[in-house]
Design a protein around this ligand. Structure first.
Ligand code: NAD
Ligand code: GLY
Length: 364
């Protein structure tokens, strides 16, 4: 397939997203975005085993002075200690302010490497090279960087935009099936919140995506990134509209926390959470029950759970109270007016929400 390029329009901080196959072997695409300094590739042990040697060798062949830092793999390492290990290595290598950080990996690596770039010597450039579907359609775009705190996910971080996003679709060939599905939850999200035509395309093409057809994946990544770039250009720091990207996430975070982090993948929890948010929208008299069924059907085709676990309505409400969208003590939800049209609101029936949560059937 030919490469596709999109632009994230941020008035003076614009950057391209290049999507294509075998891009890890295309150092010439990276070179124009490096300054005069060195490149430090931040990755993790799992991704390094698959892709680092080739990527690093390719950069070196193109005359780029690069070295790498390999982090332990997993969300539990998205911590201050791991972040500090990036600083330790950069300082030991005497990296100066002309250094460019290159994040090679999924969202965990991307969020941490981005935060390291935002803060190392008060900020150096960085490039995202996302290798999971979730990172290609979501976390590598939009400049949210963070580490976790023991009291909450992504609690410490910065808005800091990359110079380039290079999405190599070929890396998705090695992604575990569950991780592919988790990324597809975010893809379906874009259709549901802002692109009804794309949603209909997903209904027709989910099997191709599950079979990792490169053209279908390229189209889905491009269309998802277009949606995200549009929202980010409009509301970079989430003063309002960007919150629609959290459709299903308030319920999803409650599921992740309620089951214990790591039991369900984030995308799996978001999938069941989107069905709850859609049910809530139907209860508000916005979308039809058949639209809720359409959403559940396409998520199921993506191999995702659509039935939320039965934590109990009160437990859900307690956990949802920790959501970052809570304002002045009031919960706000992202709901659907129709498939392809989402909005953020605090104006919903509390009794209706309780009923949606009470209606979740027992797991057993
Ligand atoms: P991840 O980074 O943990 O990657 C999932 C697993 O896949 C890991 O084990 C990883 O090593 C492995 N992997 C990565 N690429 C691979 C490949 N090509 N082949 C085989 N295995 C591969 O998880 P993720 O789903 O990519 O990202 C989740 C993280 O992203 C969370 O920390 C979340 O908070 C963050 N996130 C950030 C944003 C944002 O806007 N910044 C948005 C959404 C999610
Ligand atoms: N993943 C949600 C956002 O970037 O705002």
């Amino acid at each position: 397939m030919r490469n596709l390029t999109l632009n994230v329009d941020l008035k003076g901080r614009d950057y391209p997203i290049i999507i294509g196959a075998d891009l890890l072997g295309s150092a010439h695409l990276v070179k124009p975005y490096l300054g005069s300094g060195r490149a430090v590739i931040v990755t993790n042990e799992a991704v390094a085993a698959l892709y680092l040697e080739r990527f690093e060798a390719n950069l070196r062949e193109a005359g780029i002075d690069a070295f790498s830092i390999s982090l332990p793999d997993g969300e539990r390492y998205k911590t201050w200690e791991t972040l500090n290990s990036i600083f330790d290595a950069m300082l030991a290598q005497r990296c100066d302010r002309a250094t460019t950080v290159i994040a090679l990996g999924g969202g965990v690596v991307g969020d941490m490497a981005g935060f390291a770039a935002a803060t190392y010597q008060r900020g150096v450039s960085y490039i995202q090279v996302p290798t999971t579907l979730l990172a290609q359609v979501d976390s590598s775009v939009g400049g949210k960087t963070a580490i976790n705190h023991p009291l909450g996910k992504n609690m410490i971080g910065a808005f800091y935009q990359p110079r380039l996003v290079l999405s190599d679709l070929s890396t998705l060939s090695t992604l575990p099936r569950r991780e592919l599905s988790a990324g597809l939850a975010e893809v379906v999200k874009y259709g549901a919140i802002m692109d009804a035509e794309f949603f209909a395309w997903l209904e027709e093409n989910m099997q191709k995506l599950m079979a990792r057809d490169l053209d279908a994946l390229g189209y889905a990544v491009e269309r998802s990134c277009k949606c995200k770039a549009d929202v980010v250009a409009d509301d970079e720091r989430e003063a309002g509209r960007r919150a629609i990207l959290n459709f299903g996430h308030t319920f999803g975070h409650a599921i992740e926390a309620g089951l214990g982090f790591g039991n369900w993948l984030h995308g799996e929890a978001v999938s069941a959470g989107m069905v709850l948010a859609a049910s809530m929208s139907a209860r508000q008299g916005e979308i039809s029950d058949s639209d809720v069924a359409r959403l559940a059907r396409v998520l199921k085709q993506a191999g995702l759970p659509v039935q939320a676990p039965s934590l109990g309505a009160q437990r859900y409400l307690d956990l949802m109270g920790y959501d970052k969208k809570v304002q002045d003590g009031k919960l706000r939800l992202v709901l659907l007016r129709s498939i392809g049209d989402a909005y953020l609101t605090a104006d919903f029936s509390a009794a209706g929400l309780e009923q949606v949560l009470t209606d979740i059937p027992d797991d057993g």
